[in-house]
Design a protein around this ligand. Structure first.
Ligand code: F0G
Length: 457
């Protein structure tokens, strides 16, 4: 077996505590069986998200000391801009405080009522911003991406047939832009192949459609391309990243993921005219266009983070940590989405609790039970999150009802992973005969999964 190489050692630690079983029972009850409502000090291992939860490096911390907090023309902004230009080869940068802010600025300029945005399973805030502008997101993910066990290496790919159907139906005027999410979070952290990126890009160029990346996990996607697409296996991550970005008109970025920072984001663009059009929206929503809601320190940490995230030793360790967790769960016959994605392991709620009806939120019940059993906080990416159809008001039944074990970057060790495996295995073994799931106690309108409460049936 190949040796595991961990490309860092621990210099600072943050204490965590495991509450007693009785206390955990109480805490989750008080939270209305919704882990978003838990205080973090009641959580032992936090797998809610990989967003803003990574550990920074000492190089990032030292760069922060250079932070220039000038309102306009901050040196920190120019260092960030240079890093983005260097890595992504996109000339124009609009800083924002996080990914959804980039979505807001982009959609404010590009979407008018009645327009559509075809893409591969848009992230929930992405979809919500499109709908907020009066548009609609059209899911064009390949059929394999909706199948939890199909062994396709690039389940985030877009279906060119569905894309051209959308084009035939809506035409150039009604399509605001095409969005490729790398990797595809809502689809299970699944990558998009370089071949597919090029095909989609070519289609868009031929038909005069702008095409953007949702680049939150661009480096992880590049790593999968290097590992799984033969013609790219001898290329560096940096060159794969450049090749990916050469296919698009720009990107939105949540730097809380592959920017390796607690908060931050940006838009990067190829077209100067669009850049000029977006500046006023950035000023309106985020702040002056050389800080966009971030501090100078923040921007310097991000500039350094973007470089570190492209290091091969970092990516190999990162993706292998996720794979380790997934493989250990597979060995114990816990049903998960395969191939294992980049930032998370997704448990298939419907197979985990096969006796529980689909509309009784089986994946949410998995989330609740692994907190009770081991103080681990996961998150539902399924029926609850999918919400209601904005046109009909009916509950949307998503293709997959998943419990996501999301891995923060550079935070947990193999011992933590072994603990997680044991807890999930125990919950799985003891839950096979369950027949009853959850119902809403209080369902909030809008993005409901953050605040709604549940009761056990
Ligand atoms: N796009 C993708 C693919 C995401 O995963 C996220 C956030 C966003 C956009 C929005 O970015 O949070 O910085 O505003 N995903 C987090 C998650 C919240 O837990 O998956 P943001």
């Amino acid at each position: 077996m190949a040796r595991t190489v961990v490309p860092y050692k621990i210099k600072i630690v943050e204490p965590i505590e495991l509450l007693s079983p009785l206390e955990r029972q109480e805490r989750i009850k008080d939270a209305g069986l919704n882990v978003f409502r838990l205080r973090s000090k009641y959580v032992y291992i936090d797998l809610l998200t990989d967003s803003g939860t990574g550990a920074m490096s000492h190089d990032q911390l030292s760069q922060m000391m250079l932070g220039d907090e000038s309102y306009a023309g901050s040196e920190s902004f120019y260092r960030l801009e240079e890093a983005i230009q260097d890595i992504m080869h996109l000339p124009f940068v609009i800083p924002v405080h996080q990914g959804r802010a980039a979505e807001q600025v982009l959609d404010h300029v590009l979407i008018q009522k009645g327009m559509v945005v075809p893409g591969n399973t848009h992230f929930d805030t992405t979809k919500a911003h499109i709908e907020f502008r009066g548009g609609r997101a059209i899911d064009c993910t390949i059929a394999e991406g909706r199948d939890a066990t199909c062994d396709h290496p690039f389940k985030g790919n877009l279906d060119l047939g569905l894309l051209s159907q959308a084009y035939e139906k809506y035409g150039r005027e009604q399509i605001a832009y095409v969005l490729i999410t790398v990797t595809c979070n809502s689809g299970g952290g699944q990558p998009v192949s370089m071949k597919n990126i090029k095909e989609v890009s070519e289609f868009c160029r031929q038909n005069g459609l702008p095409v953007f990346f949702d680049a939150a996990r661009f480096a992880e996607n590049a790593y999968f391309i290097q590992q799984r697409e033969d013609e790219h296996k001898n290329k560096s991550i940096r060159s794969i990243v450049r090749e990916m970005f050469s296919c698009v008109d720009g990107c939105t970025m949540s730097a809380k993921k592959d920017g390796l920072v607690p908060i931050g984001g940006f838009l990067a663009l190829r077209d100067e005219k669009l850049f000029e059009e977006m500046k006023p929206s950035d000023i309106l929503f985020e702040g002056f266009y050389t800080y966009g809601g971030m501090s100078g320190m923040n921007m310097d940490a991000m500039a350094q983070g973007l470089m570190e995230v492209c290091e091969e030793s970092y990516l190999a360790h990162r993706i292998n940590q996720t794979a380790y967790l997934g493989q250990e769960l597979i060995k114990r016959e816990v049903p998960i989405v395969t191939p294992i994605g980049g930032h998370a392991v997704f448990i298939d709620g419907r197979r985990f609790y096969s006796g529980i009806p689909e509309d009784e939120f089986p994946a949410q019940l998995v989330v609740v039970e692994i907190y009770r059993e081991g103080g681990i906080r996961a998150v539902e990416i399924g029926s609850c999150l999918a919400g209601r159809d904005p046109d009909t008001g009916h509950n949307i039944r998503p293709a997959l009802d998943l419990c996501r074990l999301t891995i923060p970057r550079r935070v947990y060790t193999q011992e933590h992973f072994d603990y997680i495996v044991d807890v999930v295995d125990t919950v799985h073994k003891s839950g096979r005969s369950r027949r009853k799931g959850l119902a809403f106690d209080m369902e909030t309108k809008g993005i409901r999964h953050f605040t709604s409460t549940f009761k056990e049936l």
